[in-house]
Design a protein. Structure first.
Length: 279
């Protein structure tokens, strides 16, 4: 590496342009977003779901993560070196590794138009917290879900905190965003999925459903069936109109003194219950 080619000015136009992608308006205008940190960047440059335009690394990070550089070279991704101050100016959370990628595309068609219909989908309805949204995407990936849908008025999936919170799972499965909940439910149901809403006041207990999965009595949802779970905003949950779109409303049992579960935790429990029943 030629040391004269290393970026050293943290106030340069190029550095400012990368940093500006933290803002939603700039992302929309440029059609690109920021991927920060070695884990997320590794998954982005190594997979086919996202088009990475540029990779920025410090010399030290390049030495620590040679697999990222190798994957970028294999995909002909332009790689630029910058010193620690430059990479910190681009992203305080990048740990010396930052990428710029095209905004993720794909709608419900990508998720549903397959030889085999999806068996498990997570739907986030007006979920505004980026950490929660990212954690649910990560949990859905881990549970084997076919994809995640963020409805209209949810957090921007390209928000840097969402991207970081997915720990790379954003690049493993289709993530549909900005879709009206009514359209999502209609499309999922037409593809053969039952739609279950998760809510603390749900009529059905998740543990009870696991006990009868595969052969439930009449009127009881079957967790072994292909299922789309709908999760609401952590502050106010799912409004009655949204719950009314589902085939059934399910509660996660609380056996201790906790008043409720964090949204991402509750979603993880529900997704793994379906994954276990479908196994």
């Amino acid at each position: 590496m030629d040391e004269s080619s290393v970026l050293t000015n943290p106030r340069s136009d190029r550095v400012r342009a990368v940093r500006a992608l933290a803002g939603r308006a700039v992302r929309r205008r440029q059609g690109r977003f920021l991927v920060e940190g070695p884990q997320s960047v590794r998954e982005a440059v190594g997979g086919p779901r996202v088009r990475v335009r540029d990779l920025y690394v410090t010399p030290g990070a390049a030495a620590r993560y040679p697999e990222i550089l190798a994957a970028a070279a294999a995909r002909a991704i332009r790689t630029t070196y910058g010193d620690d101050e430059v990479l910190s100016a681009m992203s305080p959370d990048g740990q010396g590794v930052v990428a710029v990628a095209d905004l993720l595309g794909g709608g419900l068609d990508e998720l549903l138009d397959r030889a085999a219909p999806p068996r498990l989908v997570a739907v986030l309805a007006q979920v505004r917290d980026p950490g929660n949204a990212g954690a649910v995407i990560r949990a859905a990936d881990a549970a084997g879900a076919a994809g995640v849908v963020l409805t209209r008025d949810s957090v921007d999936v390209h928000n840097p905190k969402v991207v970081r919170s997915t720990a790379g799972s954003l690049f493993h499965l289709p993530v549909v965003h900005d879709a009206p909940l009514t359209d999502v439910v209609t499309a999922l149901r037409a593809s053969g999925l039952q739609v279950l809403a998760a809510d603390g006041a749900g009529e059905h207990d998740l543990d009870d459903l696991l006990d009868v999965a595969g052969a439930p009595p009449a009127g009881v949802p079957d967790l072994a069936r292909p299922t789309a779970w709908v999760f609401g905003n952590e502050a106010w949950g799912l409004p009655a109109t949204d719950r009314g779109l589902a085939d059934a409303v399910v509660r996660v049992p609380l056996r201790g003194r906790a008043e409720s579960l964090n949204l991402a935790t509750a979603a993880t429990v529900c997704l793994y219950a379906s994954s276990r029943a479908q196994r």
